[in-house]
Design a protein around this ligand. Structure first.
Ligand code: NAD
Ligand code: LMR
Length: 326
């Protein structure tokens, strides 16, 4: 029997939490022979709702679950965690940009970063989902300076998955044929999905699509605005697809990346591609199951470079807005 992986999840009684927990508990993340312990973290007013979620988890009798802790205490919640999924925070409403949440959500991540540093396991890795996730991740990372910067991630996998789905539908192929899709920059309306390096069945996706107007006037804005479109349609922000992307992200770190492919996640920039060091910026990475590296040497045309620069500038502006928290 393998020893359990302890996963701490904030906002566990929220929408995303409800779609996420049961998949982790059933083995849908780390695999069917990997036990998991769940540390579920909520704010005090949501503890009753969390109790109900725990009752449902109990009622699933998941054989892989070794322990469930439900708490509003951050020290208890992050104790011995190997993975921390920071979901808990306020989602935006129609008409808002994700960056508008910085004033409400930013400070949550100071306290959480400190509690992670104090309590988590030596090998802790942290995925920030709560928006604006890049800058919240920057805040948490800077509140836990003894934890290496390569352990901090902000979720842009939902954008990658959205972009792949758009390309697959346009070309008329199963989504599994679309690979090497890099999301660059901020998880915001400035993010840049790079179709010029993506592939469909091994061929450059922009060539396969062969419709520059569609790329610029449809594909890119659709991916950039997909979160807002879902809020408009559902009256609430994406939840099941966000939970799915969180599973995909952690799995992409836990298992090695397929030969020749890459995935997208916000990581602490080491200066690759001229992106300012220390920003949490989405870029293409490859994992060997233990560590990860930025995919080097991708060619970026002038259009791509301008789009990436704009998103990086937005990240720098967000960093300036929260400089008192860093
Ligand atoms: P939700 O309101 O349904 O749930 C959020 C939960 O977090 C609530 O139960 C709330 O009590 C809890 N919470 C609030 N502050 C907390 C704190 N300090 N500590 C612990 N728990 C806390 O929201 P949701 O739909 O689950 O979305 C959560 C976040 O994820 C939002 O910020 C949303 O914008 C973001 N999100 C990000 C992505 C992405 O791709 N990065 C995708 C979808 C949603
Ligand atoms: C998304 O991309 O669906 C989330 O970030 C939620 C949002 O506010 O758009």
């Amino acid at each position: 029997m393998k020893s359990p992986i302890r996963v701490a999840i904030t906002g566990a009684a929220g929408q995303i939490g409800y779609s996420l927990l049961f998949r982790i508990a059933s083995g849908g993340l780390f695999g069917p022979d990997q036990p998991v312990a769940l540390n579920l973290i909520e704010i005090a007013p949501a503890m009753d709702a969390l109790k109900g979620v725990v009752m449902e988890l109990d009622d699933c009798a998941f054989p892989l679950v070794t322990e469930i802790i439900a708490t509003a205490d951050l020290n208890e919640g992050f104790r011995d965690a190997n993975w921390a999924l920071l979901v808990g925070s306020v989602p935006r409403k129609a008409g808002m940009e994700r960056g508008d949440l910085l004033g409400i959500n930013g400070k949550i991540f100071v306290e959480q970063g400190r509690a992670i540093e104090k309590n988590a396991a030596e090998d802790i890795r942290v995925l920030v989902v709560g928006n604006p996730c890049n800058t919240n991740c920057l805040i948490a990372m800077n509140s836990a300076k003894s934890i290496p910067s390569d352990r901090w991630f902000a979720m842009t996998r939902l954008d990658e998955n959205r972009a792949k789905a758009q390309i697959a539908q346009k070309v008329g192929v199963p989504v599994s044929k679309v690979t090497n899709l890099a999301i660059w920059g901020n998880h915001s309306a400035t993010q840049y999905p790079d179709i010029y390096n993506a592939k469909v069945d091994g061929e450059i996706a922009s060539n396969k699509v062969n419709d520059e107007a569609w790329v610029k006037d449809d594909f890119i804005p659709t991916v950039q605005q997909r979160g807002a479109a879902i809020i408009k349609a559902r009256g609430a922000s994406s939840a099941a697809s966000a939970a799915n992307a969180a599973i995909d992200t952690v799995a992409s770190m836990f298992f090695p990346t397929k030969e020749g492919d890459w995935t997208s996640v916000g990581v602490c920039s080491d200066g690759s591609y001229g992106i300012e060091k220390g920003l949490i910026c989405s870029m293409p990475i490859r994992s060997n199951g233990k560590g990860w590296e930025v995919v080097q040497g991708l060619e970026l045309n002038t259009f791509s470079q301008e789009k990436i620069n704009a998103s990086v500038e937005e990240l720098m502006a967000e960093r300036e807005m929260v400089k008192d928290l860093l």
